[in-house]
Structures are given as C-alpha cells and as structure tokens.
Design a protein around this ligand. Structure first.
Ligand code: FAD
Length: 403
C-alpha cells in the first residue's frame, strides 16, 4: 500500500505521535497532528531514560545532539540505605555495542526536538486540541474536538497516552489502567555547592522507600522517588500546594534513617511533580480497519525500567514500515500488532519485576539483596541485549494475510 496522499490524523503530540508523523510525511502522507496540552504544558514532566533501541530510532528522525545539552549518562549505581554502593549497572559499553548509550533527559527535550522537526516540515502540532468523539462516515473518519470538527481522514492513529480517549472510544470494552498503589514523585532543583555532573544515576534502596537522583552536566539536581501509597489520588490533587507539602513531609519521614544526602535533596526546592503509577492490562486488539493505537495508548508500561519512550519510538518505526509494506491499512495494523505484542509484553513483565523490587522493603530481604545484587546485575547486563539491540530493519513487514 502506498500511504502517499492518504489523510492521516494523529491524536497525541507526546513521543509516539510526532515520531510517526515525521515518518509518514516522509512517505508522502498528508498528516494532521493534534495535542490536548498547550505548548507551555508540554514542558511538564521529569527526566526519563531513553536507551539505544529508542535513541537509534530517534536519531534517524532528528538531530539528537540537542539532547546532550542537559542530560545524565545512563549508568546506574545502587546504594543501600546507609549510602554504601552495592552494585553498578554500567552503560558505557553500550556505545560500542549498539551505536548509542542510554541517557536520562527531560521528556520535553525529546518532545521539543520532534516539534521543531515537524515545524520544519510545515506540519506544526495543533496544541490545545483535544479529541472528544469519533464518527465513521463510510470509509472516512471524522473527529470532534474542543476546537471543532476535523473531517475526512482515511486513518486515525491514537497516540494519546496511558489514559487514551481514542482507546475508550474505539474499544469501549477494553480494560482501563489499574493503579499500582505506588506513587512516583520528583523534582528538578538547584542545590548550592552541588555542580559536579554525575557519572551515574544514584539509586538508593532506602529503609522504607526507593530514591534516585543525579546531577546533570548543567549542575541541576534531578530526583525521583517511588513509594507505596494505598489510595489512588485524584489527579487534580497534585496541583494543590498543600498536597505537595504533605508529600514532602511524608518523604522526609520515609527517608529519615537513610543517608543524609537524600533529605538534603528533598528539602531543596518547592515544586514537586507527582503522579500515580499505573499498570495496563494487555489489550486484545490495538486496531480496527482504519484506526490504530500506538505507544502508551496500546500498551502503557510503568516507569520502572525507563522503556516507555523507547517503546513508543520503536512502535512508530515499525508501524510506519508496516504501512509502507502492506496492501491495506487493516493488514498493516494487524502486522504491526503481531510484530510488537510479544516484545512489548516481555518488557512490561520486566518492568513489573523491577517495580516489585522497589516496593515494601524488609530488613532480611535487604540483607540478602546487598550481598547478591552485584552478581545479579552482572548477568542482567547480558540479559538486556534483546532490549537494546532491537533492530527494526531486521523484521519481516510482509502482509499477515488477516486483519
Ligand atoms: C505531561 C507528561 C509528563 C510525563 N512525564 C514523565 C516522566 O517524568 N517520566 C516518565 O517515565 N514518563 C513520563 N511520562 C510518560 C511518557 O512520556 C510515556 O510513557 C512515553 O513517552 C510514551 O509516549 P507516548 O507518546 O505513547 O505517550 P505520551 O508521552 O503520554 O503522549 C501522549 C500525548 O497525548 C496527549 N493526549 C491525551 N489525551 C488526548 C486527547 N484526548 N486529545 C489529544 N491529545 C491527547 C497527551 O497530552 C500527551 O502529550 C509523561 C507523560 C506526560 C503526558
């Protein structure tokens, strides 16, 4: 099928949506991309990991040198609650093995690069435009948004994240994300006297909760914390300064017996970013004949292995190739799900395992963890090859024969 001259509407201007848009424009499609957040709101979010499998796709779309203006290398050093290093997961070998090495960057560093590229292609993202409903008119798709009707599209791509409106509209029976009883909080702060760039992210198994931090090459300190929080908080509650203050108090209490640096970091700065961590049950189908979900909308992953952005970029590359190689969109979407679902399920299973390791520490388990983690991490490095070495050019994009 040639996607050339097809009208494609992409909902969601995060990572998967813009990455796919760039590739489909390259194939001659007429692309429109909408994003519910305003341009200013797109700067929200903390830093996250992007690994070689994602970076290698991103570097084919944009000049990734911009990411290194403010970043932290992807090496992880693990500490116990007293500040003793118990293991290291080195990332420096990755460049030779995969061409790029994992890094930590702000989400907006990636979305800004993709946005600039789309501006340069003459297809700017329409911000502040939220999908509300979908209507099929013969083979064409119309959607209603808060800014009015968008009509006459051949294909609709739902790249609208974990709480996807597109998924709810197209697959009303699909399961919703479930709250994992864990919160992720964090902030970006300046601490007087702290300016030396970190060689690694410091990950601490605190006595009661997990804590990670690093200092970027510009001297900014980034930190995050995962901890158990029984009741799912209202998403609006996070904007309330008193809720944020309560969280800060709770964090200081949780880390009161951990080594001093952690409390110093929590004290610094006032604005916290906090969000509940969800788990997404697998969807039976990611697509219809002319609508397809990608990225977190199709298979959201918890942040524990830092693979959300990389999987979204992989999806974009695989879907673009499926659309180029299959005789009709239904077949292309079907092939896309076939090529992606097992891999995505494996990465998600791994993230769940890591999440459980961060949760509910107990002294006996901690004692053994401190002893064995470095040996375990050593074998873990080899086990990551299937994730980092993923090569979208080696897949068979031919028609699956069914849609
Ligand atoms: C504001 C924000 C901050 C984040 N911060 C972090 C972080 O600090 N660490 C981390 O690990 N992960 C974070 N994530 C999640 C991470 O970005 C994703 O896991 C990953 O990038 C997958 O990319 P995606 O494009 O599939 O989804 P997302 O990056 O979530 O992008 C989906 C986009 O769709 C838009 N959208 C949603 N509903 C509609 C609608 N009805 N109409 C139009 N547009 C819609 C959203 O505003 C969003 O920009 C964040 C996500 C968001 C939205």
């Amino acid at each position: 099928m040639s996607i050339s001259n097809k009208k494609v509407l992409i909902v969601g201007g995060g990572i998967a949506g813009p990455a796919l848009a760039i590739q489909l424009i390259g194939q001659g499609a007429e692309v429109k991309i909408i994003e519910a957040r305003t341009e200013a709101e797109m700067q929200e979010g903390l830093f996250f990991g992007i690994s070689p499998n994602g970076l290698n796709i991103l570097s084919g779309l944009v000049d990734i040198s911009g990411l290194y203006k403010e970043y932290v290398p992807g090496t992880l050093r693990f500490y116990n609650s007293k500040g003793r290093q118990i293991a290291e997961l080195d990332a420096s070998y990755q460049k030779a093995a995969y061409g790029t090495s994992s890094i930590q960057v702000k989400r907006s560093a990636i979305t800004n690069l993709l946005q600039e590229k789309l501006n340069g292609l003459g297809v700017p993202i329409e911000y502040g435009c939220r999908l509300q409903s979908i209507e099929h008119q013969g083979p064409k798709i119309n959607i209603d948004t808060n800014k009015g009707l968008l009509a006459g599209y051949d294909l609709l791509i739902g790249a609208d994240g974990i709480h996807s409106r597109c998924r709810k509209l197209v697959f009303p029976q699909a399961p919703s994300p479930t709250y994992t009883k864990m919160l992720s909080t964090g902030a970006v702060v300046k601490i007087p006297g702290w300016s030396d760039a970190s060689e690694a992210v410091e990950m601490t198994f605190g006595e009661k909760a997990f804590f990670g931090f690093s200092t970027t090459n510009t001297g900014t300190v980034w930190w995050f914390n995962n901890y158990d929080w029984e009741q799912e908080p209202d998403r609006k509650a996070f904007q309330d300064p008193s809720f944020q203050q309560n969280i800060k108090k709770e964090l200081l209490e949780l880390h009161k017996n951990d080594y001093g640096k952690i409390r110093e970091i929590i004290f610094a700065g006032s604005d916290l970013f906090a969000y509940p961590i969800y788990d997404m049950p697998p969807l039976e189908k990611w697509h219809t004949e002319n609508v397809c979900l990608i990225g977190d909308a199709a298979h959201a992953i918890s942040p524990h292995t830092g693979q959300g952005a990389s999987l979204a970029l992989e999806d974009s590359a695989v879907l673009a190739k499926c659309l180029a190689c299959n005789p009709n969109p239904g077949l292309a979407f079907s092939r896309f799900q076939q090529l992606r679902s097992d891999r995505v399920a494996r990465v998600i299973a791994q993230a769940r395992k890591v999440g459980r390791a961060k949760s509910k520490p107990n002294p006996i388990a901690n004692f053994f963890r401190d002893l064995v983690l470095k040996f375990f991490i050593h074998t873990e490095k080899k086990k990551m090859d299937w994730i980092y070495g993923y090569d979208v050019n080696k897949l068979d994009y031919g028609s699956s024969g069914t849609s």
